[in-house]
Write a protein that binds this ligand. Structure first.
Ligand code: PGA
Length: 261
């Protein structure tokens, strides 16, 4: 049995300037230190806006904090005439371990399709970044096709192009649960995360499926995290709104201490 270290990832979206990002990371570090949090037990990652990443990097490195960080997107290209885009090479140089790819807000606001998500995933891998590949269904998809068909289809398209030994994280984020306060039930999350793991097994093999972390995202809070983490195929969470409040995010990170009624 492979031991998958849980990952709690804070997707800050377009929040916090670089000064606030420094204050946030420092306060998170003190809070978790006071609580005797073990980074070996639960990995913590933050995903600041691009303009904050250098500040987050220097804060983490200067204080030797055990947080990972990453970008919220990257270009499928390495360099060149792509105004406004950011290369995976630049993110890697800044010490990013991860990059979020295919978040539903990018799919919606920037019309990103599975082909572009695949190209971005390949770019991430090329530059040594671990892609956090986001998939999920809308409420219309849910009604028409059920919970797993669309996310499974999205993931299958990307996986088909990846090397068998690709180091990836998958995030199941039902679009209807994001920012709505209406999280999926733990049973729903488990059902889809298990289906996603089965596709990883089918395309990349059993070892990859056993080693890959599959996260749930969508209205995760300190009051519901433990019930998700109790599910066998849920290996962590991608947290949006609740990752902007230090106390709340620190409580989410400490889910192993929660007592579930
Ligand atoms: P939320 O966002 O936690 O605010 O629902 C999750 C996400 O979009 O990653």
């Amino acid at each position: 049995m492979v031991d998958r270290r849980p990952l709690i990832a804070g997707n800050w979206k377009m929040n916090f300037d670089h000064l606030r990002s420094i204050a946030f990371v420092q306060k998170l570090a003190w809070t978790l230190k006071d609580a005797k949090h073990s980074a070996a037990a639960v990995e913590v990652a933050v995903f600041p806006p691009f303009t904050d990443i250098r500040s987050v990097q220097t804060t983490i490195e200067a204080d030797r904090l055990e947080f990972a960080f990453g970008g919220q997107d990257l270009s499928p290209f390495d360099s060149g005439a792509h105004t406004g885009d950011i290369s995976g090479e630049f993110l890697a140089k800044l010490g990013c371990r991860y990059v979020i790819i295919g978040h539903s807000e990018r799919r919606q606001d920037h019309h990103e399709d599975d082909a572009l998500v695949t190209a971005k995933t390949l770019a991430a891998i090329k530059h040594g970044l671990v892609p956090v590949i986001c998939v999920g269904e809308t409420s219309e998809d849910l009604e028409k096709f059920g919970a797993s068909a669309v996310p499974v289809g999205q993931l299958r398209t990307v996986l088909a192009e990846l090397p068998k030994d690709a180091d990836i994280v998958v995030a199941y984020e039902p679009v209807w649960a994001i920012g709505s306060g209406q999280a999926a039930t733990p049973a729903q999350a488990q059902e889809v995360c298990a289906a996603l793991r089965a596709v990883i097994a089918e395309v990349l093999g059993d070892d990859a499926a056993a080693a890959t972390r599959v996260l749930y995202g969508g209205s995760v809070k300190s009051i519901n995290i433990a019930s998700f983490m109790r599910e066998k195929d849920v290996d962590g969470a991608l947290v949006g709104g609740a990752s902007l409040d230090v106390e709340e995010f620190a409580k989410i990170v400490q889910f192993p201490k929660h007592v579930i009624a």
